[in-house]
Design a protein around this ligand. Structure first.
Ligand code: NAI
Ligand code: AKG
Length: 401
């Protein structure tokens, strides 16, 4: 088994992976160089952070069967192409959420106190207490969280300690216990959240549907003097419209992600923070704390270990979520050919198997197979299975609709 790691990844994680197979560490690879590296190494597993994984990359290594995103957002991986090729794509949900929440709070505080500008002036020898000795203060202000996933919840925990009032919006009702535990109120929709918030912080994944979720209209709807914090993904916010609003003095912004940002560690990048003083910005470092990188590394190792040892992929993001209509539970003696016999009987019925698992009991004598499908096998087929000398019991279950 060969694991190609195409982004920065801790040495401790690489060492553990090295015990499972060969590890090729190429953190410098760009998206353009990735297909050649995959073809050359014939990697079975690919680990990436922000490096874009295109269909060409996925096709370059025939044995490639798993791509692990050492992070949360999978929009940089062509998951549709991976699904067509039967390649699992997995991520590490929540493992860097605290780090992003900490940066979010950092940007909120820095903007309120203008810490960056004050520091720059002091560096140049200017004492400007008159200018920087004015801030609103956070207590009692309203923070609107767009999305209420892992990161937004960690932001809520921290923001509450600062005395901020918390709102969120989602496409669906959020469990009341979850809202209550975080001291958050769900408002009707994004518009209501923008109307009511002094600070808006965006924590949704990038998708076609979320492209410019915070566009010119939403930016215009924000309260005059409000702050927008954006640490989710370039493209969720319309950077141009935001820059105009900040330049006009209506808003302030704290950004960790940008439209068209470079994927690698160092590059020239003309960006909207360059000429707009009220934009504070960091180069996509939300997840870059040692704590988060270590938690992500442990999770990547866990995912790969489980895949290699048991074929189970934790946190796969490109599976068919549809619940099969029927499942057949077959308890059987653990003998060669029994499973093949069950599958042959289903094939004769032209039943297309959707999923299958087989668990062996302690002692190794008996096992239980669960097979799922859309169309029920006939009573004759079920009887034939029941009559098999190595089959102990057969039960057909229909999913509740
Ligand atoms: N700056 C950085 O370094 C990092 C950025 N991220 C970005 O942050 C995003 C969110 O991360 P998590 O909170 O861990 O993901 P998550 O999957 O736990 O939460 C995202 C939530 O947003 C909701 N959502 C999606 N579209 C929405 C919409 N239009 N309106 C309201 N809710 C919507 C989803 O239902 C989900 O509950 C990631 O997808 C990634 O793009 C994640 C980690 C690090
Ligand atoms: O790995 C990184 O530095 C970026 C993390 C990120 O954006 C994510 O986990 O979605």
């Amino acid at each position: 088994m060969l694991v190609l790691i195409a982004d920065k990844f801790p040495a401790s994680g690489r060492e553990v992976l090295g015990r499972l197979g060969e590890v090729v560490y190429r953190p410098e690879l760009s998206a353009e160089q990735l297909p050649a590296a995959l073809a050359e190494t014939k990697a079975d597993i690919l680990v990436v952070r922000s490096t874009v994984v295109s269909e060409t990359a996925l096709a370059a290594s025939p044995p490639l069967s798993l791509v692990v995103r050492a992070g949360a957002g999978t929009n940089t991986i062509d998951t549709a192409a991976a699904s067509r090729r039967g390649i699992f794509v997995a991520n590490c949900p929540g493992k860097n959420a605290i780090a992003v929440a900490e940066l979010t709070m950092g940007l909120i505080l820095a903007l309120d106190r203008r810490i960056v500008d004050a520091t720059l002036e002091l560096r140049h020898g200017t004492w400007n207490k008159s200018k920087y000795g004015k801030a609103r203060g956070l207590k009692g202000q309203t923070l609107g969280l767009v999305g209420f996933g892992m990161i937004a919840r960690e932001v809520a925990v921290r923001a509450r300690a600062f005395g901020l009032k918390l709102l969120t919006c989602a496409h669906h009702p959020i469990a009341p216990e979850l809202l209550e535990a975080h001291g958050v109120v769900q408002v009707a929709d994004l518009g209501a959240l923008l109307d009511a918030s002094d600070i808006v912080s965006v924590h949704v994944p990038y998708s076609k549907a979320n492209h410019h979720l915070i566009g010119a209209d939403q930016i215009a709807r924000m309260r005059p003097g409000a702050t927008l914090i954006h640490t989710s993904r370039g493209g969720v916010v319309d950077d141009k419209a935001l820059a105009e609003a900040v330049r006009s003095g209506r808003l302030r912004a704290g950004l960790d992600v940008f439209e068209g940002e470079p994927a690698g560690g160092q590059a020239d990048f003309k960006n909207i923070a360059g000429d707009v003083g009220d934009i504070y910005a960091t180069p996509h470092i939300g997840a870059s704390t040692e704590q988060a990188e270590s938690a992500i590394s442990d999770e990547v190792v866990r995912i790969i270990e489980s895949f290699v040892a048991r074929g189970i992929v934790h946190h796969a993001v490109n599976l068919n979520e549809r619940v099969a209509r029927y499942s057949l539970v077959v308890r059987h003696l653990d003998r060669v050919g029994v499973l093949a016999g069950i599958l042959m009987a289903l094939r004769e019925e032209r039943v297309n198997v959707q999923g299958m698992s087989n668990t062996i009991f302690a002692g190794g004598e008996a096992a239980c197979a669960t097979i799922t499908f859309e169309q029920a096998p006939s009573d004759e087929c079920l009887q034939r299975l029941r009559d098999h000398e190595a089959i102990l019991a057969v039960e057909l279950r229909a999913a509740r609709t």
